[in-house]
Write a protein that binds this ligand. Structure first.
Ligand SMILES: Nc1ncnc2c1ncn2[C@@H]1O[C@H](COP(=O)(O)OP(=O)(O)OP(=O)(O)O)[C@@H](O)[C@H]1O
Ligand SMILES: [Mg+2]
Length: 275
């Protein structure tokens, strides 16, 4: 069963002069096994939206359900793993081991089972076992990010919800995290990610959700998104759109270098045949 949001509205600081509407009439369905990207400018409501998925925030009106359950239920805390925008903020234990073991221990798994999950999660994010005894606060930003991801993974969540998971990482860290997420998705976990990094994420996405001022203004497949041209585009697709606008007969939906090159070469031979 999916995550379903129906006619959801949410405002911060309700009934005060600082009241800020953050989500307006949101209707969204996230199917099991999808890789979904949520895009939108600063303040569009992306982080607020994801906090409804595991009950961290509660909607003012409308309904949210996760596999038919209320997001504030304990079972949903296990089903939905979260990585916040500032991953370091979610770390609080003395050692990396305690950090990753926290979820499974808290859910009452045996010591052996917890240990197995800690090692599995560590492997999934490509971190070495030697970090287990270190303080999470002695790690680099990229390593902290991956420890936070590992602690979410240790509960073997059905849904992994990530807020800007590769922002601020160096290129190596970005590639490793993207590869880890790809593997996690291939193993059947649903991945929902908020991102500005279209270049890195676009090839992985199966569905795109675009937010503007608290509303969902587009949701559809990656191809439909490119076709609609209503939001930010990955760099190659942006170039192809520009070429198309300048009159070159290329497909503006090509977003990989290989596909773009094929399109340009096709346009070139069509041009040469004409002349
Ligand atoms: N704790 C808060 N208290 C009051 N208003 C808030 C709070 N958090 C967010 N907001 C407001 O709610 C709206 C949506 O914010 P949100 O953080 O969900 O946006 P976002 O799309 O995640 O932005 P960004 O890309 O900058 O992370 C914004 O107007 C923001 O100022
Ligand atoms: Mg945010």
């Amino acid at each position: 069963m999916p995550i379903i949001l129906k006619n959801v509205n949410f405002a911060y600081a309700k009934k005060t002069p600082l009241e800020t509407p953050a989500l307006r009439d949101i209707n969204l369905r996230i199917e099991k096994g999808e890789f979904v990207g949520i895009f939108g400018e600063k303040g569009a409501g992306k982080s607020t939206l994801m906090k409804l998925f595991n009950g961290l925030l509660r909607q003012d009106s409308g309904s949210v359900s996760v596999d038919g359950l209320d997001p504030s239920s304990r079972e949903v805390k296990r089903k939905v793993g979260m990585l916040f925008q500032q991953a370091a903020d979610q770390l609080f234990c003395r050692t990396v081991h305690e950090e990753i073991a926290f979820g499974p221990t808290n859910f009452g798994f045996s010591k052996e089972e917890t240990e197995e999950r800690v090692l599995e999660a560590l492997k999934a994010v490509s971190l070495d076992r030697e970090v287990l005894l270190r303080s999470p606060f002695s790690l680099s930003g990229g390593e902290m990010q991956r420890v936070a991801l590992a602690s979410a993974l240790a509960l073997r969540p059905d849904y992994l919800v990530l807020d800007e998971p590769i922002t601020g990482l160096d290129p190596g860290g970005k590639t490793e995290t993207l590869e880890a997420l790809k593997r996690i998705r291939e193993q059947g976990t649903t991945v929902v990610t908020v991102t500005h990094n279209l270049k890195g994420f676009f090839p992985l996405l199966e569905r795109v959700v675009l937010m503007q001022e608290g509303r969902i203004v587009f949701q559809g497949s990656r191809e439909e998104y490119l076709e609609a041209g209503c939001g930010p585009l990955p760099p190659v697709a942006s170039l192809m759109r520009e070429l198309k606008n300048r009159g070159l007969p290329v497909n503006p939906a090509a977003f990989t270098v290989k596909a773009a090159l094929e399109e340009i070469l096709k346009a070139k031979s069509a041009f040469e045949e004409k002349t």
